[in-house]
Design a protein around this ligand. Structure first.
Ligand code: F3S
Length: 393
């Protein structure tokens, strides 16, 4: 790799031991993936934030770092709402360890907005180079915004944040961003609802693995694109997708997809995922809710009372800016939590079956929460939570 004089100086320790080690990580990654140089990044998003996922070993690794980030850096969701962890039923020992992790990131200068939707907070533009690590955020940044990021591991994203650079390979390079397989959604999607796009993404992710899909036959909005990408990133390893006539690069580059494998998808295949099984709780907000999604939940819950626990997850910033909607949701008995989510927090582990409106949560809940999972639209989830529809165990 060709390094600039400044990068050579960092490696030599002129900016401290931590930065030197972080740059070593990036150079090693670059060599593995054939990068020719490091490039500047606009922002970073760092996973490995919940005590549930990184444990004591990860905490100790973070605590020995001694530098501050040089680009805006957002943390992934942690294991609890930082202010309301007691009412979530979080064990005080877990909370103490989680606070230590948060303190370690604070010392590094990482913003404690703990979210997988950093694009609602930091301005991210078409063509920006990023080092983001949460898979749904990566899929959204690449596909919906047209920014450029590989799916970084936690240490790689943190190394990029502390040095302001990342190795130039993979999805940072335009020729590596072209479609590799066509997904033909025959007859369109039955309902223009995020849960149906999540089901489509869950199904397609298992088929395409890490290839770059090019969808035809659908017209999703931004929240549906978020659901589609999150699910494909979870059931497969999709970090970038295109939708004909919708996503920015599909419009700008007018890809010639003749010659690519075409995978047809029929709506009955994805409808099979919407099986009705009894549940003990409902969880919404995977990825974290947008303002529009919070508004929809508030509209559906207005004046109603829940019969089984209903949790909603969003970033603290989105919650603060939508206090009216949050008040309506919580008046029903539901809870809206910041900083965390249904998967990285232990809060959902006490339930044997959970209903979600997200293809990504549908993919993760069985392993990460040890619970059976049911997928439904936001409206169906709320009807089950309020007892208007059968389905509560
Ligand atoms: Fe975000 Fe947690 Fe889902 S990190 S994408 S809400 S699993």
């Amino acid at each position: 790799m060709i390094l600039s004089p400044e990068e050579e100086a960092i490696l030599a320790g002129e900016q401290g031991e931590t930065r030197a080690r972080m740059l070593e990580i990036l150079v090693a990654l670059g060599k593995v993936y054939g990068a020719r140089r490091l490039i500047p990044i606009r922002s970073a998003q760092v996973s490995g934030a919940s005590y549930k996922t990184i444990g004591r070993y990860g905490l100790e690794w973070l605590q020995q770092l001694d530098a501050r980030v040089v680009v805006p850096t957002v943390l992934n969701p942690v294991g609890m709402d930082r202010e309301r962890w007691r009412e979530m039923g979080i064990d005080p020992g877990f909370a103490r360890a989680q606070e230590e992790i948060i303190a370690a990131y604070r010392k590094l200068g990482v913003s404690l907005e703990c979210t997988c939707t950093p694009y609602y907070i930091t301005i991210t533009r078409y063509g920006d180079h990023l080092a983001w690590s949460e898979s749904s955020a990566v899929a959204y940044a690449n596909s919906v915004i047209g920014a450029r990021t590989n799916r970084e591991g936690g240490p790689g994203a943190l190394a990029a944040a502390l040095t302001g650079r990342t190795p130039e390979y993979g999805l940072h390079l335009v020729p590596k961003r072209v479609p590799q397989v066509v997904i033909a959604v025959e007859g369109g999607i039955p309902r223009e609802d995020s849960a149906w796009y999540g089901a489509l993404g869950y199904h397609v992710g298992r088929t395409v693995g890490s290839r770059i899909p090019y969808f035809v036959g659908i017209r999703p909005g931004r929240d549906q694109l978020k659901a589609l990408g999150a699910a494909m990133a979870a059931s497969g390893a999709v970090a970038l997708f295109h939708v004909a006539g919708i996503t920015p690069e599909a419009r700008i580059f007018s890809y010639d997809t003749s010659g690519l494998e075409v995978v047809p998808v029929e709506s009955r295949e994805i409808g099979k995922l919407m099986e009705e099984t009894p549940v003990e709780a409902v969880a919404l907000g995977c990825p974290h809710c947008s303002p529009g999604e919070l508004g929809e939940i508030a509209r559906l819950l207005a004046g109603k009372v829940i019969r089984i626990p209903l949790y909603v997850f969003a970033s603290r910033d989105v919650i603060e800016k939508n206090r009216g909607e949050v008040a309506v949701i919580e008046a029903s008995g539901a809870r809206v939590y910041a900083d965390t989510c249904m998967v990285v927090s232990p809060v959902m582990e006490r339930f044997r079956a959970i209903m979600v409106n997200s293809g990504k949560a549908f993919s993760y809940v069985p392993d990460m929460c040890g619970a059976a999972v049911r997928l439904g639209t936001t409206e169906e989830c709320i009807r089950v939570a309020t007892g208007e529809a059968p389905g509560a165990a």
